[in-house]
Design a protein around this ligand. Structure first.
Ligand SMILES: [Zn+2]
Length: 427
């Protein structure tokens, strides 16, 4: 083994490229950026064909390789050695040296690739911004991400007991003309996010919004993986529920309580609007007490201050139908607070008889929806598994989308979301 015959100089220490020393540097001239010529500190290389070490240098070609910004500028020139193979029987006559920092045919150093990937993974930044910073093109950075990150295999290695599924729109609505029928069609690109509810990590992002997409994704998982899923938390999407029931017949479905409360609040709002039209034949105004304090009607009844409570009583005293709708909403909240089957059934019976007694169309419609989700509501009450972490993952996905000003390609979108990992994907 040959040892380097030079002393380590100050420029090499400052440049700090492992395994290399700085030979010379030239300042930026016009469009040409600053150039640094570096050379490996070893004086020999192993032939990739026969493995025999050679120190007979045949040529020293210059290769343009981009490196991390140093003092504000980047482009570097590397001097590579081309060795002649000294093994007579070797079919390869010569070979170029390779190092960890500069693999064969690399146009960027390994430390620049690592910096780019860390920048994209650590923060939900736009890929174009990261690319601008290191003077690379957007496709180059995206290629670095797609080729380095393992986006697929991590999911099937995880033990997912509680699964969350939710959807969001990943790009703007478009109107496309069908080439055959010439009819204009509205296209809404939706994405489904699968989340592990135990730690909140994103398992996958899939193009589509139908139950069939959910079923297909779940069917693609290994059998043991599907058997381990105990509870799937959903918002009130019957398509997703059908997909989950087909693909995971053993898993229970839990409906997220936030969506149920919102449904009950919407019912109250519908009654309030209808009553204003019936009484005044116009929309609500700031002079109408229910309209003025409308936010109070959607607040949790047991968490009001004394002042809020007196205002609420003022509103409810004016309109009996509104008071009834508010009472139904509070019944729904009590139902969701149940923790076991017995108290759930008790609250359910109370709610059903209260809705029957109101004879109003809005509570009856709410009750029909709740009846369709009764089994899932009971699962929620017993397990308390919610979709909150999926909603948080959805928010992360939307943040990445907004920061990047939208994505046209779903594969790039998926890579960016799964690649942005505050938590590691593999368990
Ligand atoms: Zn050889």
């Amino acid at each position: 083994m040959h040892k380097p015959t030079f002393d380590v100089d100050a420029a090499s220490i400052l440049f700090n490229l492992p395994g290399y020393r700085v030979v010379s540097a030239s300042p930026a001239v016009g469009d040409r950026p600053r150039q640094v010529i570096v050379e490996t500190i070893t004086c020999e290389g192993a032939c990739p064909a026969c493995g025999v070490f050679s120190c007979r240098v045949q040529a020293r070609p210059l290769q343009h390789v981009k490196d991390v910004p140093c003092g504000g500028e980047r482009l570097d020139v590397v001097r590579k050695r081309r060795y002649a193979c000294i093994e007579e029987l070797c079919p390869r006559r010569s070979f170029t040296e390779e190092t960890d920092q500069l693999p064969s045919r690399a146009r960027v150093t390994t430390r620049l690739t690592e910096q780019v990937i860390t920048a994209c993974r650590a923060e939900p930044r736009a890929v174009s911004r990261v690319a601008d910073e290191v003077a690379l093109a957007w496709p180059t950075v995206m290629r670095m991400l797609t080729s380095t990150l393992d986006l697929d295999s991590g999911v099937d290695r995880r033990h997912v007991a509680h699964l969350g599924i939710d959807e969001h729109r990943f790009r703007t609505v478009r109107y496309l003309r069908d080439p055959d029928s010439h009819a204009v069609k509205r296209v809404e690109p939706w994405s489904i996010v699968f989340t592990d509810l135990d730690d909140g990590s994103i398992l996958d992002v899939v193009d589509g919004r139908r139950g069939a997409t959910v079923r297909k994704w779940l069917a693609a998982r290994p059998r043991w993986w599907r058997k381990r899923v105990q509870i799937v938390a959903l918002d009130m999407s019957s398509e997703f529920r059908a997909g989950v029931r087909t693909a995971l017949p053993r898993a229970k479905v839990s409906v997220d309580h936030w969506h149920v409360v919102r449904l009950a609040n919407d019912m109250g709002t519908k009654v309030r609007r209808r009553r204003v039209w019936e009484l005044h034949e116009r929309r609500g105004r700031a002079t109408d007490t229910p309209w003025k304090y409308r936010k109070l009607l959607t607040c949790a009844g047991d968490r009001l201050t004394l002042r809020q409570r007196s205002r609420l009583q003022e509103i409810l005293a004016q309109d009996i139908e509104l008071a009834v709708a508010w009472g139904i909403k509070e019944h729904v909240r009590q139902l969701l607070a149940a923790r076991d089957t017995a108290s759930f059934q008790r609250h359910w019976a109370r709610l059903a008889s209260a809705v029957r007694a109101t004879r109003l169309p809005e509570p009856a419609s709410l009750m029909r929806t709740l009846r369709a989700w009764r089994r899932e509501l009971l699962t929620f009450c017993r397990s308390r598994v919610t979709n909150a972490r999926t909603e948080a993952a959805n928010l992360t996905a939307k943040t990445i989308k907004r920061v990047g000003r939208g994505y046209r390609n779903h594969d790039n979108y998926r890579c960016r979301i799964i690649g942005y990992a505050p938590r590691p994907i593999a368990a």
